[in-house]
Design a protein around this ligand. Structure first.
Ligand code: G3H
Ligand code: ZN
Length: 285
């Protein structure tokens, strides 16, 4: 069934566990995430990013409708989340499109502007009954830009600022910059576990972005240290594209798109199950 994302994250945070949130681009991604979560018997979050909407010719509804329908029929609880929203126009489409939550991303702005824009977004979202996540510090590697120097001052989330930001904006969860970066195709990120432990004193659940680049052991540790939502996108594309590349190399005569999309979908579903399995190792020790 389709459930509010906030419920899944709140329940995970209370149990010192984390819910996995996967970015979906195509119908095959949606099917693979749900199949993987059903096999694992775990709740999951389907995320549609602003970039995915841009890929779909700027239209949210085709993918959103497919995600809502798949979630409603799923055998496990599924949250639907609009991810990395910068456009106010897109933000305002979220409730009617079936989303229970949004991530409003104003992290590119100065601290004061991020705070003001996020507070306005949070006020609007709460009036609509939406759960809202925001970002402080800057998690690198968005929009094809190189990952920021993980040690650059200002790139990491400052704990004192984070306390002010959460109080000043009223957001329900905070995406923290602790050493991960988006779009990594190898698991070589090094998380700042001491910083994460300090941030875990905040009054809201913490979200890890760029989780595709984080080694399994560090993911397990991060959940124990306060991460309650783990965002994964690139790892699904690595699985899908690798499987399709291998299939087509071995079968140059193949033309039916179902053959290779099916192989790609299976590979994604296995990766979803694998990541949920890694996170479950943090669950109750
Ligand atoms: O918001 C989405 C995530 O941060 C995904 O990052 O594609 O590097 O796993 P990733
Ligand atoms: Zn992200």
């Amino acid at each position: 069934p389709l459930v509010p994302t906030g419920e899944l994250v709140t329940r995970a945070a209370a149990a010192r566990a984390a819910v996995a949130a996967f970015n979906v681009i195509t119908l095959e991604h949606i099917e693979a995430v749900i199949a993987g979560a059903e096999t694992a018997g775990s709740p999951v979050v389907l995320q549609v990013s602003e970039n995915a909407v841009k890929f779909r010719y700027g239209r949210l509804l085709p993918l959103a409708r497919a995600a809502v329908t798949a979630a409603e029929r799923a055998a496990v609880p599924v949250g639907l989340h609009l991810d990395h929203v910068q456009s106010d126009d897109l933000l305002r489409q979220a409730p009617d499109a079936g989303f229970g939550s949004v991530m409003y991303d104003a992290a590119r702005l100065s601290y004061a502007d991020n705070l003001a824009a996020t507070r306005a977004a949070a006020d609007w979202a709460h009036a609509q009954g939406l759960w809202i996540e925001a970002e402080l510090g800057e998690i690198g590697g968005k929009d094809g830009r190189p990952p920021l120097d993980a040690h650059a001052p200002g790139a990491r989330t400052d704990p004192d600022r984070a306390r002010d930001f959460v109080a000043g904006t009223g957001v329900d969860a905070l995406a923290v910059a602790i050493g991960s970066a988006h779009a990594m195709t190898s698991r070589t990120a090094v998380l700042d576990h001491a910083l994460l432990t300090r941030l875990s004193a905040l009054s809201v659940p913490l979200v890890l972005h760029g989780s595709s680049g984080v080694p399994d052991e560090q993911l397990v540790a991060a959940v124990g240290e306060g991460i309650a939502k783990v965002n994964v996108g690139t790892a699904l594309n690595v699985a899908m594209t690798g499987a399709i590349r291998e299939f087509l190399a071995a079968r140059p005569e193949a033309v039916d798109s179902r053959a290779y999309l099916g192989v790609g979908r299976e590979a994604m579903a296995r990766e979803v199950g694998r990541i949920i399995g890694v996170l479950s190792r943090a669950d109750g020790g």
